[in-house]
Design a protein around this ligand. Structure first.
Ligand SMILES: [Zn+2]
Length: 311
């Protein structure tokens, strides 16, 4: 009887291991091996002690744990601009660096993450939805009475003065691949212009909403004057060092410190890194629901209407 149970458990464990190994092999064949040559670019969203339905949040305690680990392990931060300078020059990257980015520019980033970044001496780039500065996140699907607020202009200016960089996350956080060419172009150029005018700093980089881009969107981003653009999980890892499709590792509430270390070490353990990446891709895929549920984004939005949202 006991022998039978042991055999069943052993067979089940071997089957699970086989599935994981098989899945991982398929993943590596499909997406390629991670590049250990460059620093990991970390992607955060909200940093809040409050429960959030999105799954893409991190608690301040977790975030401090990440910075404490990085600091103790001898990591330093590299700004996105420094990262691109290296990439563009084709120089090898120095070891033990990370790039920290935040998408959506929620007020919790100012409240909880910014003081910790300063305390640990880490720089970060915040990707701002220009049409939602100081407003609640009505661009996202969700429960109407459970909304989150975006950073205001004064807070953004304070973060810039404190050494953080600002990038564009478009005007309205729309899936650019589903927008008309005119609308997508406006989302890209109007957001860049507005952020530069209001904050008095160059806005060199773009983060594609939902990490979604295609050839047309990349062309429009170049035409709008961006130096580079980040995604979350590009389709093929061979495009990882593409300056207009830079991959990032998402950090989520379900990540333990051990998970974070695997991500920060950028593929030091290929198998575990692959599993983390699979997890990230699944979470990222789920966030696409917003773009599909929102009203038809292909409707043209003339410059005046986008301007209205910006003022
Ligand atoms: Zn976003």
């Amino acid at each position: 009887m006991i022998g039978g149970i042991v055999t069943t458990v052993t067979v089940a464990a071997l089957a699970l291991l086989g599935m994981l190994l098989g899945g991982w092999l398929w993943w590596v064949v499909r997406h390629g091996r991670p590049s250990r040559q460059r620093p990991p670019v970390l992607l955060y969203h909200k940093v809040t002690p409050r429960f959030d339905l999105s799954g893409t949040w991190t608690t301040p305690r977790q975030f401090e744990g990440h910075l404490r680990y990085l600091s103790a392990a001898g990591y330093r931060s590299m700004t996105l601009s420094e990262f691109y300078s290296n990439l563009e020059a084709g120089n090898p990257f120095p070891p033990r660096y990370v790039v920290v980015t935040f998408d959506d520019a929620y007020d919790t980033v100012f409240e909880h993450a910014f003081p910790l970044l300063q305390a640990y001496g880490f720089a970060a780039t915040v990707f701002v939805i220009a049409g939602f500065v100081g407003r609640s996140n009505t661009w996202d699907v969700g429960i109407p009475w459970w909304r989150s607020n975006h950073l205001g202009w004064d807070e953004l200016a304070e973060m810039v003065a404190g050494g953080c960089s600002v990038g564009s996350h478009t005007v309205t956080h729309m899936d650019l691949t589903r927008a008309s060419t005119e609308r997508a172009g406006e989302e890209l150029s109007a957001s860049k212009q507005m952020l530069e005018e209001r904050l008095g700093v160059p806005v060199e980089f773009l983060s594609y909403p939902f990490g979604r881009y295609d050839e047309r969107v990349v062309r429009l981003a170049k035409e709008a004057g961006y130096r580079g653009a980040v995604s979350s999980y590009p389709r093929a890892r061979t495009s990882e060092d593409d300056p207009f499709a830079l991959g990032r590792m998402g950090i989520y509430i379900i990540d333990t410190l051990a998970d974070f270390k695997i991500k920060a070490n950028n593929g030091a353990n290929l198998f575990l890194f692959g599993l983390e990446e699979m997890k990230g891709r699944v979470i990222n895929f789920c966030s696409l629901g917003t773009s599909l549920v929102k009203p038809d984004p292909s409707c043209p939005a003339p410059r005046a209407r986008l301007r209205e949202r910006l003022d």
